[in-house]
Design a protein around this ligand. Structure first.
Ligand SMILES: Cc1cc2nc3c(=O)[nH]c(=O)nc-3n(C[C@H](O)[C@H](O)[C@H](O)COP(=O)(O)O)c2cc1C
Length: 409
């Protein structure tokens, strides 16, 4: 199947299936009779869109989203708001939504990211209520049995008819792991565990009827998992490993690597990074798309955008929450020096470290197009208030990206 033709086919099938009781009957019959539409992995990786540059929304399942701000209009993260946002994004042709797997907030005046919707159940709800959007679940490998996880992923994948994606994370926050009675373990071991976990998941997804697995951490005897993922391929897998170990894991296992690009990274450096990870993936016979994360403040003029950015994440930043986040990573003036600490503090308040995209629509479109020109496949963006700000972004930035040849509309 040619990915370019995919959106049309998928829309037709899904519009039948998502229309109430009759639709459910069709879907059930599909599972029992194995009649679901065949989907190639390439179509999933293209997120059913022919757009050269993919766009997603990041962090909407958490209170405050990504902006560490005290502004009253900060993101609620509530289910009604997430649902409205997903449907708005779906209608606008945004390709994906990526949630954050967060179990405990960061305190401060707002209890930043203190209220979070669990990402798998969130993804299922959104997949059932949208037609085109790819929705990721963000799952901490050490916190859930791989066989339970594999079945959850398949369930979400059937609900979304092939639009579910998996973000595998290994965890870094000691306080979160404590709540589960789990120990974080050292960084390298976390990724070794995640490798076995993902191997078991792939076995559960494979056409094999029964399987055994004997690893260092995980044992499976006479494993069985049915149904298999929707349409004969498997969910899209992403990872955001940044360390050499994390990146090697992403290159070995994932279809998409999310890498942070900061304002001090040059376009040349970003291009080099993309080329080098893609070359390593190719050596292993794999295709790897590279994405990044952006924090958008888009207003009619540069002045208005800069003023709002300053108002939200400088004048009204939740600095106590920022300092808590940094302390968890052992970043203090003592460990990093006063100047570097201040730089990291500002960076963190902006949206947990995403690339600031602040300006008028022309500037935002230009900055995104420059990233695409050096090889970036897509960007997951966040706003202070996604529902208030997405319409303007879609009305003004998307047509500019289309004129730059990066999107169809
Ligand atoms: C786009 C993106 C999404 C991420 N999502 C989560 C998440 O939801 N939960 C989490 O604990 N870590 C998350 N992380 C952290 C990464 O999984 C990873 O641990 C981090 O980039 C550090 O890399 P390392 O594990 O190789 O040291 C995310 C990072 C990025 C860039």
């Amino acid at each position: 199947m040619n990915p370019v033709n995919a959106p049309l086919c998928l829309t037709i099938v899904i519009s039948t299936i998502s229309s109430g009781v009759a639709g459910n009957l069709v879907a059930n019959k599909g599972i029992e009779a194995g009649m679901e539409r065949e989907i190639e992995l390439g179509e999933r990786a293209a997120m059913y869109s022919a757009n050269r540059l993919k766009l997603g929304l990041f962090g909407a399942n958490c209170s405050s989203g990504r902006a560490v701000t005290m502004l009253p209009e900060r993101w609620s993260g509530s289910w009604p708001d997430c649902l409205r946002l997903a449907q708005m994004a779906d209608d606008a042709g945004i390709e994906f939504m990526l949630p954050i797997g967060r179990w405990k907030g960061y305190g401060g005046d707002t209890d930043y990211q203190g209220a979070t919707l669990e990402t798998m159940t969130w993804a299922c709800g959104l997949l059932a209520s949208t037609r085109r959007l790819t929705v990721f679940g963000t799952v901490h490998a050490p916190l859930i049995s791989p066989l339970i996880a594999a079945k959850e992923f398949v369930t979400a994948d059937h609900i979304g008819e092939g639009r579910f994606g998996l973000n595998v994370v290994c965890g870094w926050n000691e306080g979160e792991f404590e709540m589960f009675g789990a120990t974080l373990g050292d960084h390298k071991t976390r990724y070794e565990y995640a490798q076995e976990w993902l191997d078991v998941i792939k076995l559960a997804w494979s056409p094999k009827e029964d399987f055994d697995f004997a690893g260092r951490f995980i044992m499976v005897k006479k494993g069985r998992a049915k149904p298999k993922p929707y349409g004969g391929s498997r969910p899209l897998i992403m990872n955001a490993g940044a360390s050499p170990t994390g990146q090697a894991f992403a290159i070995r296992n994932s279809d998409a690597l999310f890498s942070n690009v900061s304002s001090s990274t040059t376009l040349d450096q970003t291009g080099q990074h993309i080329k080098s990870v893609q070359a390593l993936a190719e050596q292993q016979g794999r295709r790897l798309d590279v994405y990044t994360v952006g924090v958008v403040t888009c207003r009619p003029t540069a002045r208005e955008a800069e003023d709002y950015w300053h108002h939200s994440i400088v004048d009204n930043a939740d600095w106590r929450a920022v300092d808590n986040i940094l302390a968890m990573r052992n970043i203090t003036p003592e460990t990093h020096g006063v100047d570097e600490f201040q730089r990291l503090r500002n960076h963190q308040a902006n949206g947990m470290g995403g690339l600031p995209l602040v300006g008028a629509p022309d500037t935002i479109a230009l900055k995104i197009s420059e990233l695409a020109a050096v090889g970036l496949t897509g960007i997951a963006v966040s706003f202070v208030n996604y529902l208030d700000e997405l319409p303007y972004f879609c009305a003004e930035v998307l047509p500019r990206l289309a004129r730059l040849g990066l999107r169809e509309k």
